[in-house]
Structure formats: C-alpha cells, structure tokens
Design a protein. Structure first.
Length: 187
C-alpha cells in the first residue's frame, strides 16, 4: 500500500525548490537527502531528494531531477509516496488499514463502515458511514474505540449517547416545562 509522505506545493525561488505539505510524522527520515520517492501520478517520478531545509515549520525540498522554477511549478499537487506494509507499532494504524473495516457496537450490532481517517487538531477521528448512509466523525480514542481489529475486519465502538446519527434521538432529554407551552385553545 502506498502512503503519502507529502504533497508538493508552490515553487520557491528560481532553482527548482518546492514547498511541501508534509503528511508524515517522520519527515527527517522520509525526506532525507538521497531518498528516492515514488510519485502519484507515477509518470512524474521517481524523484531524488537533493537538499532539504525548514523555515518557520515549513519544509522546502530540491530534487535532483528538477533544475529550475518552471520544472518545479509542474510538480505542484503531486504526491510523494512510499510503499508500506502494516504498522508495526502497537495502537497505531495507517489509514489504509482502517478504511473498509466494519464498525460495530460491543453487542455485535453493525452500525456502519469506516470510510476514512481525518487528522484534526485535537485528535484523529474515524469517518464512519452508518447503515442509513449518514456520515459520522468518531473520535479515535480508546474510550470510544476500544477495539481495532484489522485482521477480524472490524472496529468496536462504545459511543456516548447521541454520537451516532442512528441514536441521536437518545441524546434528547424530555424535561417538564421545556419546549413551547401547550395550546389551551384561547388565543
């Protein structure tokens, strides 16, 4: 499976340098000088990292195959990819390991399918397409997703009331005195 390491952004300067939108947690390793990266689309690469630098948290890279600004501008939007197997870390999964997994509750009731993984500022979220077609963002934390079983083809969810679209009504509380006053016929 291919993992996107970075997406090429705008050209920077006249000598072929490009800004990168980095998508890996280990850019020093993946973007090391001499690294050869496949591309998507594949006909653009492979590209060999000739020089890297960071400025204000942003990565800039020059590739051996890119000599000037014109060539660098043609790379905009190209993904730099590497081939990966399953994650070897405990409690860490790649997006491709999660997408397609059945989402079920602890009692085995199927509530949908994982269709994506998004990295939000506070935490990662699973994108779950529920059986009725609704899309729900499920915080990817152990308290709500206690079981991730790629080999078994499933994730188990323990969502709080109202998180899933299918049980949103369970989150509504019927309190006396809440809501509009009953119509007494006088008006």
């Amino acid at each position: 499976m291919e993992l996107v390491v970075a997406t090429v952004g705008r050209a920077h300067g006249l000598r072929g340098e490009v800004a990168l939108d980095v998508r890996t947690e280990s850019p020093d390793e993946r973007l090391a000088v001499g690294a050869v990266l496949a591309t998507s689309p594949p006909d653009v690469g492979p590209l060999t990292v000739a020089r890297t630098r960071t400025q204000a948290g942003r990565w800039y890279v020059t590739f051996r195959e890119v000599a000037d600004r014109t060539a660098a501008e043609r790379l905009r939007g190209v993904d730099l990819v590497v081939e990966v197997g399953p994650s070897d870390e405990e409690d860490a999964w790649y997006r491709h390991e999660l997408v397609g997994l059945r989402a079920e509750l602890a009692d085995g009731r199927v509530v949908g399918e994982v269709v994506g993984l998004e990295h939000l500022p506070a935490q990662d979220v699973l994108v779950v397409r529920e059986t009725d077609g609704a899309t729900t963002l499920v915080p990817f934390v152990r308290a709500i997703v206690p079981v991730v079983d790629p080999r078994g083809g499933r994730v188990v969810l323990d969502p709080p009331a109202g998180l899933l679209a299918a049980d949103a009504d369970a989150a509504l509380v019927d309190e006396p005195g809440a809501g509009p006053a009953p119509d007494d016929g006088e008006g």
